[in-house]
Write a protein that binds this ligand. Sequence first.
Ligand code: HEM
Ligand SMILES: [Cu+2]
Length: 529
Amino acid sequence: MSDTITSSDTLDHHEPHAKGLGRWLFTTNHKDIGTLYLIFSFVMLFIGGGMAFVIRAELFQPGLQFIQPEFFNQMTTMHGLIMVFGVVMPAFVGLANWMVPLMIGAPDMALPRMNNWSFWIMPFAFTMLLSSLFMDGGGPNFGWTFYAPLSTTYAPPSTTFFIFGVHLMGLSSIMGAINIITTVLNMRAPGMTLMKMPMFVWTWLITAFLLIAVMPVLAGCVTMMLMDIHFGTSFFNAAGGGDPVMFQHVFWFFGHPEVYIMILPAFGVVSQIIPAFARKKLFGYHSMVYATASIAILSFIVWAHHMFTVGLPAAAELFFMYSTMLIAVPTGVKVFNWVSTMFKGSMTFEAPMLFSVAFVVLFTIGGLSGLMLSIAPADFQYHDTYFVVAHFHYVLVPGAIFGIIAATYFWIPKWSGYMYNEGLAKVHFWLSFIGLNLTFFPMHFLGLAGMPRRIPDYALQFADFNMITSLGAFLFGTTQLLFLYIVIQCARGKGEPAPQKPWEGAEGLEWTVPSPAPLHTFEQPPKVD
Ligand code: HEM
Ligand SMILES: [Cu+2]
């Protein structure tokens, strides 16, 4: 090699890229793969949302109207599985793919071929999972938590496909996480020290470690199920000397960190957006980083707060009660910092900010109901009622989902090169805000009054609140069609061309590249001071 390599040589090496289907199938470009993840997540949102429609239509009135209890159980199971593994997680990975390299000044992800693979596993996994609904005996019907022995001794034959699907999703998540950690640790631009990284990058780095730690536990859990079903073991079978309660320990050792996997990147998004629209620096950046890390570490020692009623020793009840309450401290630090960032800022309320402010307020409601649930003796009353359903929907819908929507409005000018329609986006916000509170707030009352979760029929005294809840759900669901329309308009280039930095107060390397971001950015690393 005698010639010097110029930057245009390296450019030629990549370009021209494949066109049509080939471009998407074989792409190793972080932006293309980010787009694929986001589209996949959007499609799954409407499939999982359709299932929620079926559930709420059945629960609109007491009595059985439309579907049989067996099918109802499949709907609640699939709704949960799809929303968790098919919507929230892929959307976050999509955002990471698009934004992490742009935010740290890297030309791409560190492991681009693995990146392609980790995406393309997902459509196969979910096609298989969904196809189980059409198999003999129906699809999985044991809830998204798939407690044994419901998911082993009494499970439908399609459970084997469910297990394979979970293995594939886990593989995809682990590869995605390895990619993000490698990228963040090795490919930052000169001068971009860890403590200068944008909060979104920090939250994703910590989330990726959580993923690597707990996805193998989930894989072990479903593998033990597989052994119990087909190979005569008795991990979870009391008759053979096993223990169904051990299933719950293993599942929640994965499951609780998993709920933080679904919220930490949203914390990151909001920590980018609030400073931009308050036109102030993020208040308490360092404490934000440490709070995120504390939440992640604590999330490993609280899992049995999902199991207060299985008959734990009193000492264990107390340990898990207090460790759970401890999480409120770093969470409180974060909320305090967001509010302090807004304090005396010169704020404007474009769509990303509206969704972020709603995030702070409504996520806090979910945090407070979580605190109520963490009181072990009180949880004996709330456990397995609609109060739990209210709690986790308040952290997941105005939490994770609003975080994803806010991120989309914030960064879509950079992705597409066009501004979204602000007027329509405001309508989208207010209808979503009203719809989701109508849907999930009455669930608190239903739960306190004793309505159990996961039932297709209920006692008459629950009728009024259920009707309100169903109407709210229909409003929230149909409103997301408006979101789809707004996003498609942008993607098709209908709208104002976006400037390089559409948000006056925004900071960061992603705003130093043109809109739309060209396929290759930062081939020469930027200098960060
Ligand atoms: C502020 C901190 C939080 C506390 C103290 C807390 C506490 C709890 C407790 C004690 C339960 C079990 C209730 C029961 O089954 O009887 C629970 C359930 C749940 N929480 Fe939280 N939580 C918090 C934040 C979150 C976050 C941030 C998420 C997700 C983004 C989340 C998602 C869930 C889910 C999905 C369930 C129900 C799982 C199921 O049984 O299907 N929680 N929470
Ligand atoms: Cu938990």
